[in-house]
Design a protein around this ligand. Structure first.
Ligand code: ARG
Length: 464
């Protein structure tokens, strides 16, 4: 009556408005390759256990390969009457193979099928995004040799704090993106299990072999509980959470470089090929890519929020609500991929303005903490040393000079331990050199970490 694959029990055709409202093919068609791969593995298993013949399996495989090609060449007939990508592919298979096509859905349901497709899709997306993250890390490490001698002001509260080596800054981002890669790799372990064969929710009475399908699709194992498996979308939550953290890291970097590239900071020149102009103000060269990276973070966080709310309070097992999981997952992955694709060349090509940076380093008493530590080494209690140096900063500020602009007599008056050697602790260069603790910005520490990263990222010794 309805002309639908599921229409047997209906005595009224579907309302057009319902077709438009319930379809998902407009967005789930991008699962086609994974859907076909899973169907081929499923058919091969059906043949292996004797639910279809080897000849039938071969017919199905060939027809599915043909359909894949037609979709790729834009020759495949899509229409919302066929609801989703699964029904489209199956309907055309049945059109072409008749009863043989009608056997493919043996021992499975769209519920376990769509979960499997999503697992396959996310697994590929994780691998692509991991590649892009590695490329971005290489861009950071690739800058380290050229920027080796550059000292930047380090900030807390966005107020000048202590000087740090530029490569120390760059490697900070390597660490952040490494945690992102680790998070994605960890999520991938839970993504990479097979849902197929749990059927609608209860499993099947047919003699299927789930482990066989898992092996064919490169899954590490099979899900244990059919009810859990049909309803589980944790793997999507984890994936998109990991993406949201990637986006957060990108937006921190983007914000920082937007600031650094202003005339007010003047630390950084962005490549003009990665900037855009204003339609009214002729002088403008704007950091729009960085701003969009910062802005697109909102979309990824929104996707995570959408998914969390989507699954909240759903009773077991499958509910149609779950169809709504796809747009946010696809959008989050697309967005992060696009941002990473722009980030890597921007990182490689931006140039530090060494003169502007050097001028800034001598302002703001960035060496005050090192002077305090000089006193601590000479036995002055930390709180006392902190107070003394604070008073010296106050004095220097009043006179409009850096700490090194105070006289030896002024140092001596502050504390007997502040002899001529105190001057050796002053200045950005010496402050950086004084650092020795593990993970600090000291040159030896940073050089060791650059070497570790190069090895880890498979970058050859000469590449900086
Ligand atoms: N398009 C559906 C989705 O994405 C496929 C599963 C439909 N299952 C069902 N019982 N109606 O969730």
């Amino acid at each position: 009556m309805t002309g639908k694959a599921w229409g047997g029990a209906f005595d009224e055709a579907t309302d057009r408005r319902v077709e438009r409202f319930t379809e998902s093919v407009s967005f789930d068609r991008r699962l086609y390759a994974h859907d076909i791969a899973a169907s081929i593995a499923h058919a091969q298993m059906l043949a292996k256990v004797g639910l279809i013949t080897a000849a039938e399996c071969q017919q199905i495989e060939q027809a599915l390969a043909q359909i894949r090609q037609e979709i790729e060449q834009d020759r495949f007939p899509f229409s919302i009457e066929r609801e989703d990508i699964h029904m489209h592919i199956e309907a055309v298979l049945v059109e072409r193979l008749g009863d043989v096509g009608r056997k493919l859905h043996t021992g499975r349901s769209r519920n376990d099928q769509v979960a499997t497709d999503m697992r396959l899709w996310v697994r590929d997306a994780i691998d692509r995004i991991d590649d892009r993250l590695a490329t971005l890390q290489q861009a950071w490490v690739g800058r380290c040799a050229a920027d080796a001698g550059v000292i930047l002001p380090g900030y807390t509260h966005l107020q000048g704090a202590q000087p740090v080596l530029a490569p120390h800054y760059w490697l900070a981002y390597c660490d952040k993106f490494q945690r992102d890669r680790d998070r994605l790799a960890d999520a991938r372990r839970r993504v990479n299990v097979l849902s197929l064969g749990t059927a609608a929710l209860a499993g099947t009475s047919l003699p299927i072999d789930r482990a066989d399908v898992a092996r064919r699709l490169g899954f590490d194992g099979v899900t244990a509980n059919s009810l859990d498996s049909a309803s589980d979308r944790d793997f999507l939550l984890e994936f998109v959470f990991a993406l949201a953290v990637v986006a957060e890291h990108l937006s921190t970097w983007a914000e920082e470089w937007i600031l650094w590239s202003t005339a007010e900071f003047g630390f950084l020149r962005l490549p003009q090929a990665f900037c855009t102009g204003s339609s009214i103000m002729p002088q403008k060269i704007n950091p729009d890519c960085l701003e969009l990276i910062r802005g697109k973070t909102a979309r990824v966080i929104g996707a995570l929020q959408t998914l969390l709310v989507l699954v909240k309070g759903l009773p077991l097992a499958y509910n149609r609500d779950l169809q709504e999981d796809k747009p946010p997952v696809f959008d989050a992955a697309d967005t992060v991929e696009a941002c990473l694709g722009i980030a890597a060349p921007l990182v490689s090509r931006a140039e530090l303005d060494r003169e502007a940076i050097a001028a800034r380093l001598e302002q703001g008493y960035l060496d005050a903490t090192t002077l305090m530590e000089h006193l601590i080494r000479r036995g002055v209690p930390q709180r006392t040393a902190h107070g003394l140096v604070g008073q010296l900063v106050r004095l220097a500020r009043k006179k409009g000079v850096p700490l090194s602009g105070l006289s030896p007599a002024e140092f001596q008056a502050a504390h007997a331990e502040l002899d001529q050697s105190a001057f050796d602790a002053l200045g950005a260069e010496r402050a950086v050199r004084a650092m020795t603790s593990y993970g600090s910005t000291g040159p030896e520490q940073v050089a060791a970490q650059v070497a570790t990263w190069k090895k880890r990222l498979g970058m050859n010794a000469g590449s900086g």
